[in-house]
Design a protein around this ligand. Structure first.
Ligand code: FES
Length: 1104
């Protein structure tokens, strides 16, 4: 049971499941970070003579560890063909799946828990789903690591009640020598030393400055590349030597190159005739035990070492060999008898508490269908996702689940390692020499047609513009062979100047991808001079975001033997685009190419399908079927994501809070090619006013060209970034004039936007008022204030944001769709339409529409796939408009069939009446004239509001989400269960954008964060403790696109954090206006909660 992967022999279970065709278990990250590959391992325990069950992530489990064990995959739990397990049934019927790529992993976690504990508590269930399985790999919340690291010692009977509160900087000695800890520390030094007990001496040698902070924490954490560590045994020996008679365990995470040790209990050791208790909570990186005795007077001193900030950080300004180290050493001296230290006030006790993991609760409200609606009419009913049960059993087929076809070859990509360089040579000799391995290498010269655009090549020619750009591709008999050949491909470069990574540098070099986009109304300058009482200026930074679809990019291309025909099975949200690009690249007519999309494991704007084109080149070149599956690291390295943004605002307002003038200038980081950056800039500018009517208004936006992978479309298309600037500006005004500023400046009556499109904001006001009402916003504000008065180290924040989101594209041609309906002689119906199933439930909704129109139950209907052969010239499933336009096309297809359907189908057939019909929806008119700065660019708007409350730990920067209330206008929902799922999903993805997801690059432009262990997407434990979603009742809004809008509502969490931070700063007499940076990671929040401790480390780039 082994299989090669890459040039190494890997023996993990996940790969073997592939071989066995057990495709329900998914391989989504390969790092034990996502949980998609969770299976159950059962072993006989000879002591208890019982079978013990463990949930494990198959991608990390060595086959050799399974000797004598049984492995159960999702296929062994239940099946739609035989019998479902209750876990599978419940998760499907409770609308617990969307794209489902990770659903079998969740099923297996719960199943294992039930095998061990037939009646688990809700907390145990959360634990199983949230990452506390035996292997501890699945679905870790981003904060979990922090919570572990930052937890203070649990009080025990022997522990003191009092804590020393005099936080002074103290000197620490290493073997009697005073130690100072400084700013610069190179990884090379660390590697050279290798002995962890030398670390503090090294710190001394490097003239590092050591600070002791209150309360009791030693914070160790590093980021960046540290290539070698002492091996596990060496470390274990070292710690053992220092801590005799203690049980020490060490672990090493090979992906992070991070060494951790932990000790299970505290003990006493004597030094200098005095006893001290040493309790190590977790994750000590070593060296700590050799700290000199702090010299604190008293009979016994208990101190705890706990890591959080051992930080070797990189800064773009620094070279990789000169990394930055920051060590914060927080010691808490605790008297065993409590005699020597003053009592701690209740206000400070919150520093000692953790955020407990809680089981989320919530209410979902929507309006039931009219009581007169026919029972068999499914429209408006919360019916289960069409593939829900197959999702839960793992029987839903994705692209890579298609069995190996005859003579299939595998493709792997060779990517650039330089950010801006001339290609001097590509040496394929070694790759081609690999015995019996490499079949072919595809370069730009092998492209018979067009190699992309002049400034956006499919395969690099002469030069590269970013790390991760595709230079060539290798085709081999197996994945392992192809990857080995990639490693043997040598490319020589000559670096070019300039190399630009940040927006700030791009502005300095005037490096832009397109002209500035601008909208303006009123007279902004005059208003600033004459109409305002106060002016506030500020900056906003929004980080980028990785799409992180659970199913990475993948394709299977099968060339046919005649007429250059190609069948392409691809994970894309735009098969027509793939078809067209393959055609132009290979110079063959579009009608020879058929793209098939069964379902896609998430897209979010990032799956247009470039890998498919590469696969097609190889398929035509070799004549064999080609499979290309990007692993998570390559997917994240090669593809761009959401555009980072830097915005500057200037706002003028009356003392009443009425805003008279607003000027916002934004820059987005487009990466190395134009891609969708101009469109994103346009949408950003068009949507930036959000819900506010401001008479004198100016928005400017520009896309910067940098040497990073090209950023592209992403759920919300600029709206989540741009509107964060607007809301930050409104928040700044509210800080001066009171919380009613939002209402005061909101659209209230029928009006025109900055681009002169008329609209009625009545649903917006209703959403806003309902949100305030349902969340008891005003009374909770008082409760929050009361809590904040009583707690110094914990602060709560509350925020509410309104939303006006424009749906669709700013061009009429994008608003068209077609559907094809066949009725067969047995009465069954096959529906095909132009939308792609990305997990958003579009096929389910389309069948609901078809069922209503044809008056046939959905059980008689089927959707097979989206195919360019059945519905041609489709539009990308994007911009929240897919269900709308395709739904209308399905309705129109019905009108042609209606008369025949009511007759007996056989009779219709006998009478030679067509039982097929197409429906074609011509779509909405939409245009924008950028010269005149006006237009009707959007078919309609979606309105909503969200309120969130959080609690921030000012000492760690972690937060917990106490409650979120969302009200959205979607009440003519085709399927409220699916729509609420979309709202919750996009809100959560927005929460990730604004609070946890952070892309990190090396100074050379290499993406560091290339997996779930480095890049923290929200997980189940990030859901607010109370999460309520309501669809606005009695709304007459027609079919409404909800796919993207909820993203921005995630910013309510960001602003609630900002509110809590502002309260902390107010209490500490520090200016409330601080630069807003998204994501509000614990590091940033901790820094923003400025206090005497952050002062001590202000020079660290971590906090810049
Ligand atoms: S694939 Fe194994 S945990 Fe992600």
């Amino acid at each position: 049971m082994t299989k090669e992967k890459g040039w190494r022999l890997k023996l993990d279970l996940g790969l073997d499941l592939d071989n066995l065709r057990l495709t329900g278990t998914k391989y989504a990250c390969g790092r034990g970070g996502c949980g998609a590959c969770t299976v159950m391992v059962s072993k006989h325990d000879p002591v208890s003579r019982k079978i013990r069950h463990f949930s494990v992530t198959a991608c990390l489990v060595p086959i050799c560890s399974l000797y004598g064990a049984a492995v159960t995959t999702v296929e062994g739990v239940g099946s739609i063909k035989t019998r479902l397990h209750p876990v599978q049934e419940r998760i499907a019927k409770s609308h617990g799946t969307q794209c489902r790529f990770c659903t079998p992993g969740m099923v297996m976690s719960m199943y294992t828990l039930l095998r061990n504990l037939p009646q688990p508590s809700e907390e145990q269930l959360m634990g199983a789903l949230g990452g506390t399985s035996d292997m501890g790999k699945t679905l870790h919340p981003p904060e979990a690591r922090w919570e572990v690291c930052l937890r203070l010692p649990q009080p025990t009977s022997s522990q003191p009640k009092r804590i020393h509160t005099a936080a002074k900087q103290k000197k620490i000695t290493y073997k009697g020598t005073p130690i100072r800890l400084s700013a610069d520390f190179s990884t090379e030094t660390l590697q050279a030393r290798r002995e962890w007990n030398d670390i503090f001496k090294t710190l001394k040698d490097k003239n590092l400055q050591l600070r002791i902070l209150y309360p009791a924490k030693i914070s160790f954490r590093y980021e960046g590349e540290i290539k070698s560590f002492p091996d596990k045994q060496k470390l274990r020996d070292f710690v053992k030597k220092k801590k005799k008679k203690k049980k020490i365990s060490t672990t090493r995470n090979p992906q992070e190159d991070q060494v951790q040790t932990s000790q299970s209990s505290s003990t006493s050791c004597a030094k200098g005739g005095r006893a001290r208790n040493v309790q190590i909570k977790s994750e000590i990186l070593g060296g700590d035990v050799d700290l000199g005795y702090p010299g604190q007077p008293g009979p016994a001193v208990s101190w705890t070492l706990c890591p959080s900030h051992f930080h070797i950080n990189h800064s773009p300004a620094q070279s990789s060999t000169n990394r930055h180290l920051c060590l914060i050493l927080d010691l808490n001296y605790v008297s065993q008898d409590g005699r020597h230290f003053p009592e701690i006030s209740d206000r400070f006790l919150s520093a000692l508490e953790d955020f407990p993991a809680t089981v989320p609760q919530g209410v979902q409200r929507y309006q039931s269908v009219d009581s007169h609606q026919a029972l068999q009419d499914p429209v408006g009913r919360p019916i289960m996702h069409l593939s829900g049960l197959k999702h839960a059993t793992g029987e839903a087929i994705f692209c890579d689940d298609i069995p190996t076809v005859d003579k299939e070859l595998f493709m792997a990509l060779v990517t650039s390692t330089r950010a801006h360089a001339k290609i001097i040579s590509v040496d394929l000799s070694k790759a081609l020499e690999l015995p019996g391995v490499v079949v072919d290498v595809i370069t730009a010269e092998d492209i018979p047609g067009t190699n992309g655009a002049e400034d956006d090549r499919l395969l690099a020619v002469d030069k590269v513009l970013c790390v991760g750009q595709i230079v060539c591709a290798v085709v081999a008999e197996t994945e392992a062979q192809a990857k080995r050949a990639v490693e043997e491909t040598k490319i020589a470069y000559e670096d070019l100047e300039p190399v630009i990574f940040t927006i700030e540098d791009a502005i300095k070099h005037s490096s832009f991808l397109c002209p500035e986009k601008k909208l303006e109304q009123g007279n902004v300058e005059k208003a600033f001079e004459e109409e305002v009482d106060q002016i506030v200026e500020g900056e906003v930074h929004v980080g980028g975001q990785e799409h992180f679809y659970m199913e990475t990019q993948r394709v299977l291309v099968i060339p046919k033997t005649e007429d250059k025909e190609l069948d392409i099975y691809v994970s894309t949200q735009d098969p027509a685009h793939v078809q067209k690009t393959v055609s132009s690249t290979l110079d063959i007519p579009i009608n020879r190419i058929t793209c098939h999309v069964k379902r896609v494991g998430g897209g979010f704007g990032g799956k247009v399908g470039r890998p498919a084109v590469l696969g097609a080149i190889a398929a035509v070149g070799t004549g064999y079927p080609i499979r290309l599956v990007l692993d998570r690291e390559d997917d994240m390295l090669i593809t761009g994501g959401r555009h980072p943004l830097f915005g500057k605002y200037k706002v003028g307002f009356m003392n009443s809070g009425r805003i008279r003038a607003l000027d916002i200038e934004c820059f987005i980081n487009g990466g190395c090619t134009l891609d969708d950056s101009e469109l994103v800039t346009e949408f950003l500018i068009l949507k930036m006013e959000n819900a506010y009517k401001i008479h004198n208004l100016r928005f400017r936006g520009r896309a910067c060209m940098t040497n990073l992978p090209s950023n592209t479309a992403f759920r919300g298309f600029g709206f989540p970034q741009g509107t964060l600037v607007t809301e930050s500006c409104i928040t700044a005004v509210a800080a001066k004039c009171g919380p009613s500023v939002r209402e005061k400046n909101m659209y209230k009556t029928v009006d025109k936007t900055i681009y002169k499109q008329a609209f009625n904001p009545e649903p917006l006001i209703r959403c806003w008022n309902e949100c305030l009402d349902k969340s008891s916003f005003h009374s909770r504000r008082m409760q929050v204030a009361e809590f904040n008065k009583k707690n110094y180290w914990r602060k709560r924040g509350l925020a509410v944001v309104p939303m006006k989101f424009s749906v669709g594209f700013a061009a009429t041609s994008f608003h068209q769709a077609a559907a094809l309906v066949h009725i067969y002689t047995d009465g069954s119906v096959l529906v095909t339409h132009g939308g792609n199933e990305l997990g958003q439930g579009i096929h389910t909704k389309m069948l609901q529409v078809a069922s209503r129109e044809l008056k046939v139950p959905t059980s008689h209907m089927h959707i097979c796939e989206t195919s360019t052969a059945t519905v041609p010239n489709t539009i990308a499933t994007a911009a929240s408009i897919g269900s709308d336009v395709n739904g209308r096309a399905v309705m129109l297809a019905r009108s042609l069939l209606k008369r025949t359907w009511e007759d007996w189908i056989e009779a219709a057939f006998e009478q030679r009446i067509s039982l097929s019909a197409t429906g074609y929806f011509r779509g909405y008119e939409a245009f924008m004239d950028w010269e005149k700065r006006e237009g009707d660019p959007f078919p309609y708007y979606v309105y909503g509001a969200a309120s969130s409350e959080v609690e921030v730990d000012c000492l760690t920067g972690a937060h917990k989400k106490i409650r979120t209330d969302i009200v959205m206008d979607a009440c003519c929902s085709l399927n409220p269960a699916i729509d609420i799922g979309q709202i919750e999903g996009s809100f959560t993805q927005g929460m990730g954008l604004y609070t946890t997801e952070e892309l990190k690059y090396s100074p050379e432009g290499v993406l560091y964060s290339r997996g779930p262990d480095d890049y923290k997407i929200p997980t189940i434990t990030d859901i607010p403790e109370e999460f309520n979603v309501s669809l606005l009742p009695s709304s007459q809004t027609p079919l409404t696109g909800l796919g993207e809008s909820g993203m921005f509502l995630g910013s309510s969490v960001f602003f609630a954090i900002a509110d809590a931070v502002a309260t902390a700063r107010r209490e500490r007499d520090i200016a409330e206006d601080f630069t807003v940076r998204s994501p509000a990671t614990p590091e940033r929040v901790r820094t923003a909660c400025a206090d005497r401790f952050t002062e001590m480390v202000r020079d660290s780039c971590l906090f810049s």
